[in-house]
Design a protein around this ligand. Structure first.
Ligand code: PEP
Length: 258
């Protein structure tokens, strides 16, 4: 079975001091929750100090992005190896990067490959925009995003998918559990078509988009949803902890696959 995962995407929030304070507030309580992968993804500058604070705990670390080149004259960028030195996970293809930084399917594909090459587990974000949803094009959009992001990649090596409808991110307008479950089930069938049944069955597919302590149970009760990528609510210790505790209560009986 699949181990549920709750990952907090802090986006461009928190100074180093605020990031370390947030981790200190949550660390001991988070550490008590078992059978859920608990991941925090602070801004780059806080990765090293947060890593020090979570050493010896069950909390895992992820970055929010990387650049695909190995090294060299790319002022301001962060390489895959730099991230792999600190983290186990990296978010790739978040809709905010696609929207504000013009990340195309081709760029996302290069980043996924670069991450896998250094042993990082990518959290690949896909999802349709509002107008695409309203035009009934959700399945078409996620199918295209999957095939472009994963082109030429044979070994997925722990890759996780986050289905994040763009209209639900940061808006307070979450999808329903049933809607998210349907699309995630569709994504899993696509993974089976692109790879095979076993890979599809074992792949963790998260929902993301305005998940809070108030609606977490609705998502975790759905059989295809293996956890959540959480933005805003991951910056509030009690909210984040509550989402994780609810996940553990509902899904914690599932045994580990790794
Ligand atoms: C996200 O950043 O991936 C996200 C889902 O944000 P929020 O939970 O704030 O909608």
């Amino acid at each position: 079975m699949r181990v549920p995962m709750i990952a907090g995407n802090w986006k461009m929030n928190t100074t180093v001091n605020e990031a370390t304070e947030l981790v200190k507030t949550m660390r001991d309580e988070l550490d008590k929750v078992s059978n859920v992968d608990k991941v925090v993804c602070p801004p780059f500058v806080s990765l090293a100090p947060v890593r020090e604070l979570i050493k010896g705990s069950s909390i895992k670390l992820g970055a929010q992005n990387l650049y695909f080149a190995e090294k060299g004259a790319f002022t301001g960028e962060i390489s895959p190896l730099m991230i792999a030195d600190l983290c186990e996970f990296v978010i790739i293809g978040h809709s905010e990067r696609r929207q504000y930084f013009n990340e195309t399917g081709e760029v996302v594909n290069k980043k996924i490959l670069a991450a896998l090459n250094v042993g990082l587990k990518p959290i690949l974000c896909i999802g349709e925009r509002l107008e695409e949803n309203e035009a009934g094009r959700t399945e078409e959009v996620v199918t295209e995003q999957l095939s472009s992001s994963l082109a030429g990649i044979n070994d997925l090596n722990g890759l996780i998918i986050a289905y994040e409808p763009v209209w639900a991110i940061g808006t307070g307008r979450a999808a329903t559990g049933v809607q998210a479950n349907e699309t995630i089930s569709f994504i899993r069938r696509n993974i089976s078509r692109l790879y095979n049944d076993k890979i599809a069955r074992e792949m963790r597919i998260l929902y993301g988009g305005s998940v809070t302590a108030a609606n977490a149970t609705e998502f975790m009760q759905q059989p295809e949803i293996d956890g959540a990528l959480v933005g805003g609510a991951s910056l509030k210790a009690t909210e984040f902890l509550s989402i994780i505790t609810q996940t553990s209560t509902i899904r914690g009986h599932f045994s580990h696959i790794d």
